[in-house]
Design a protein around this ligand. Structure first.
Ligand code: BDR
Ligand code: CA
Length: 307
């Protein structure tokens, strides 16, 4: 099997943790680098969490620290969802030390070394954008960019904007303009991946090691969402990874996406042209529907193989 070389750029983050374990467990993915930004919580926490998540999986991709803030302004943490530590209060054993260097440099180094690299962005897009903006020719080595970001209806951090897009809209705009295929898992898609008590129980029944156990405790620690009548909470970031593993679980549509980078109430809004009204050429593939049962079965299948 040809394994897809990829970089995971992340801000763990409860759902980031599950996404990282899914990617690290998947034989089809060759995760060569994990780059970390602040976002859900500060970089000190997200970096420590990323190291611990990788360590618990017994895998060895370098984990490299990146942006402490977006291109403009500062990150605003989302501790209501992720807790003060970013992992809903679930303590993991310390992971290996961070690799030296800074994320954007590490991303460019890997792009120089490998002809085809998939970028998976599940946090604010700052690290990926810095890498491509500072050496645009390297975009030619990017096979695909898969992002959990944006929304075509309403936001989750403001009425207009989804958290990752809002955290660094300028960086998201850089990625959308880089000329490489971009795939988006937006809030409308991830709303279909609801973590419910029944689904947690089904995952628990599979049995597994420390990673599945930690994933269950982390998902169990995220408050049920008001948006979904407290039935559960959306498992955003693993949807982006699942696209690479099982595209059969999704339906898609090519769209043009414009990111609002203005200072007002719509900052970070992704204006998604699903019906070709703008006349602008598509610049992204939107993941529209998800086979949720298939998605949670995939999670169980892969997470139960980890230590
Ligand atoms: C996104 O924001 C973060 O809180 C999650 O980790 C996910 O990447 C969802 O809006
Ligand atoms: Ca995230």
């Amino acid at each position: 099997m040809t394994r897809r070389v990829c970089i995971i750029d992340t801000d763990p983050g409860t759902d980031d943790a599950v996404a990282l374990w899914l990617a690290l467990a998947a034989p089809a993915l060759d995760v060569r680098l994990v780059t970390v930004a602040g976002g859900n919580v500060g970089l000190d926490h997200t970096l420590r969490n990323a190291r611990a998540i990788v360590g618990l999986a017994g895998r060895t991709p370098p984990v490299v620290a990146g942006a402490e803030g977006p291109l403009l302004g500062a990150f605003t943490p989302e501790t209501r969802v992720h807790g003060a530590d970013g992992l809903a209060g679930v303590a993991l054993p310390h992971g290996p030390a961070a690799a030296p260097g800074i994320a954007a440099d590490a991303i460019r180094d890997l792009l120089r070394a490998e002809p085809r690299v998939t970028l998976v962005g599940i946090g604010p897009a700052t690290n990926l954008a810095l890498a491509l903006a500072t050496e645009p020719a390297l975009a030619g080595r990017v096979e695909e960019i898969v992002l959990m970001t944006g929304a075509w209806a309403e936001g989750n951090i403001t009425p207009s904007a989804e958290f990752n897009a809002w955290s660094d809209p300028e960086s998201l705009a850089v990625l959308l303009a880089c000329g490489r295929p971009v795939t988006l898992a937006t809030l409308e898609l991830t709303a279909q991946a609801l973590v419910t008590p029944d689904r947690l129980a089904a995952l628990r029944a599979r049995g597994g090691g420390a990673c599945l156990d930690a994933a269950l405790r982390i998902m169990g620690g995220v408050p049920a969402s008001r948006r979904f009548g407290h039935r559960g909470h959306p498992l955003h970031d693993p949807c982006a990874v699942a696209w690479l593993l099982a595209p059969r679980l999704f339906t898609t549509r090519d769209v043009h996406v414009h990111v609002d980078c203005g200072p007002g109430a719509a900052r970070g809004r992704t204006v998604v042209d699903r019906w070709e009204r703008s006349g602008a050429r598509p610049n992204a593939r939107l993941l529209e529907t998800l086979d949720a049962d298939g998605f949670f079965a995939l999670l169980g299948e892969f997470l139960s193989t980890l230590p």
